[in-house]
Design a protein around this ligand. Structure first.
Ligand code: ASP
Ligand code: MG
Length: 433
């Protein structure tokens, strides 16, 4: 049983949707998870913002209507009316929800419409092609618990029970991204969350593989937006993929690796536009790993440095620091310590002012904004010589602000000013690969 997920560009036009259909038939997908057609979620986010500000949503409605009508025209033949009615129903719901905007539930309802509509149209198309296609409404199965974490047990039970009701040749289609919260209100897994949905669904049905189809031929060994001649990485371990996704590789949602790692299900990253390209496989470690495998960078990092003589030979100091970040629900990414100072980084500086005020009770605080974390993944066996010296030789012309080595033997993180990011990515590419 395979779970295949297709991103917004992969379902972005009738031509691409036809490619998706031939891929899922060729791969014998059990469940196909779709994002909304490209541009839809951005438009829906604008609808939320405009509604909150009591402004008109005419442009967004027109964008969605035109996009889906155009797609239906060249995709659906016999059921055009039915498909157009599905679009009209969504448009009416969007208008109504926007007019009667309610802070508790409207955002979730609005943002869910892209995935709901795209999957409805795709299922209709498969049926027209004579396939036994069945649309699953994932809102009945994907829900969060009180802590905002996906209830995997509930998903597993409901989805396995559901698919058992149908014959083996049924092709299931469902939505990525969307879910309900513990109170039954529609919400989502965050932008780009469809990858994570597919991984959760794959783990839920004990799939043999999860395939994430996008518009690039796998995860590259460096950022193709800034560096020329990057190459797809053929193999990554789950931990490496999670680090790369978290620290900047845009192709995969960072949480995707986790459910599949636990269930031991390999994740393939494939290109809808080039279905025969090898892509990347993320799996449990074998002996495929190289010393240096890939580099990624994440921007908008704030460095916080705490200087305190109270740290000297004291215990419990870090706990006090961490408690402040916990109070403001702000995750810490990197951390380094000396005997009289702690440096750490955050990427969410929404509560920075309040955090700094509290931290000042512990010592002198310095803040530096607009930094980037460069993450290098590979195999950094702590018994081996030369790993750091080699890496740093590549960065010899870049001022390094922090370095984190020794936590995971699969990744090293380096903090630099964002002004030096492109230079660093290029230098590491030349030096390491
Ligand atoms: N449609 C959602 C987004 O654009 C989810 C996804 O594509 O993964 O963020
Ligand atoms: Mg995506």
């Amino acid at each position: 049983m395979k779970v295949l997920k297709f991103g917004g560009t992969s379902v972005g036009s009738s031509t691409n949707i036809k490619s998706v259909s031939s891929i899922i038939l060729r791969e014998r997908a059990k469940i196909t998870v779709l994002s909304a057609m490209s541009g839809t979620t951005d438009a829906l986010v604008r609808i939320v913002n405009e509604s909150q500000a009591n402004r008109t949503i005419t442009n967004e409605i027109k964008f969605i209507k035109d996009k889906y009508y155009k797609c239906i025209k060249s995709l659906i033949i016999d059921n055009q009316e039915k498909a157009e009615k599905a679009v009209d129903d969504v448009i009416n719901l969007l208008k109504k929800t926007s007019e009667n905007y309610d802070n508790k539930s409207s955002e979730g309802i609005i943002l869910s419409q892209g995935e709901l509509l795209t999957t409805a149209i795709f299922t209709l198309y498969l049926k027209e092609c004579g396939k036994k296609a069945e649309l699953i409404n994932i809102l009945d199965m994907m829900r969060l618990n009180k802590n905002g974490i996906v209830d995997e047990e509930y998903l597993k039970n409901s989805i396995t029970k559901h698919i058992e009701k149908f014959s083996d040749d049924t092709i299931f289609v469902t939505q990525g991204f969307i879910c309900k919260n513990a109170d039954g209100i529609i919400t989502n897994l965050g932008r780009g969350g469809s990858d994570y949905s597919a991984a959760l669904i794959g783990a839920g049905i004990s799939a043999s593989q999860v395939q994430i189809w996008t518009d690039i031929d796998g995860m590259h060994n460096n950022d193709p937006r800034y560096v020329e001649g990057t190459k797809p990485i053929s193999h990554l371990s789950f931990d490496q993929a999670a680090e790369l996704a978290y620290f900047g590789a845009k192709i995969l949602h960072p949480a995707t690796a986790l459910p599949c790692k636990h269930a031991g299900i390999p994740v393939y990253l494939k290109n809808t536009m080039e279905p025969d390209a090898v892509g990347t496989v993320i799996s449990v470690e074998d002996n495929f790993l190289n010393t240096y495998q890939a580099v990624a960078a994440k921007d908008n990092i704030t460095l916080i440095r705490i200087n305190s003589t109270r740290m000297l030979m004291a215990y419990g100091f870090l706990r006090k620091v961490f408690e402040i970040f916990e109070e403001y629900k702000t995750p810490i990414d990197m951390i380094t310590t000396s005997e009289v100072a702690v440096s750490l980084t955050i990427d969410n500086d929404k509560n920075l002012k309040a955090i700094v005020k509290k931290l000042e009770e512990l010592g002198t605080i310095e803040i530096e904004k607009t930094n980037s974390i460069v993450c290098v993944v590979g195999v950094f066996d702590h018994e081996h010589c030369g790993i750091i010296s080699n890496l740093m030789a590549g960065l010899k012309d870049v001022p390094v602000k922090m370095i984190s080595y020794g936590a995971s033997d699969r990744s090293i993180a380096i903090l630099i000013s964002s002004d030096n990011k492109i230079q660093s990515l290029k230098a590491l590419n030349n030096h390491l690969f």
